[in-house]
Design a protein around this ligand. Sequence first.
Ligand SMILES: [Fe+2]
Length: 218
Amino acid sequence: MTHALKSDTGSRNVKKLVRLGLGVAAAGAIVAAGLAPRVLAQSVPADAIAQTTALTTTIGQTQTLTVSQTEGPYFKTNSPERSALVTDSTQGTLLTVTGQVLAADGTPVANALLDFWQADASGAYDNSGYTLRGHQYTDENGNYTLTTVVPGLYPGRTRHIHVKVQAPGGPTLTTQLYFPGEARNSTDGIFDPSLVLNTQSNTDGTENATFNFVVQTA
Ligand SMILES: [Fe+2]
C-alpha cells in the first residue's frame, strides 16, 4: 500500500478527489431528499436495537474493510445453500448471528455470498460431509442471518467461526469471527480483536450475536 501511494501519488490523488466529489454530490442529493442521515438497520428486530447501535452505518460514511485471515485447513467447496446450519440433532448452545455486508462507503451489499464453516460443540470439523457448513446470500438490504451453535475449542486455537464473503463481482474476503471473553484470545496467534462478535446471552440459554462485514465491491 505504501509503495503504491509513493509511486503513483498524482493519479491516486485525482482519483481520490473524484471519489470525494461523487461522495459529496451523493450526500447532497440525500439531504435534499430529506433522507439523511439514513441509518441502515431497517431489519434489525426492535429488541436488538440497543445491542446493535454501534453497528449501524450511514451512507457516505467510510468504513474500515474487514480484516482478512487465513482460510485454515478445513474449508470445503460446494457447501449447501442454507442459513441454518443446525438440525434437530445438533448439540451445543444455539447461536444466531445477524448483520450486514457493507461496501466501503457504508452502502449495504445485496446478494453478497457468505459461506460459513466451523467446528461442532466438541471442537470437531466435519471433513467428510457438510455438517455446520453452509452458504447464503444477503437480502436486498445487505442483511444475513446465521443460525448455528457456539463452536467448541480444539487444540491450538481460540473459539472461532470461519467465513468467506464476496460481493457480486468483488474479490472474496476470507476471515474468521471470534467470541469475547475467551481465555485463549490472548494466546491465539491468529486472533484479531476487530473480528470479535458482539454477543448477547439470552435467558433461555441461547446466544445472539451481531457482526457487519465491510468488503470490496469491485
Ligand atoms: Fe478453524
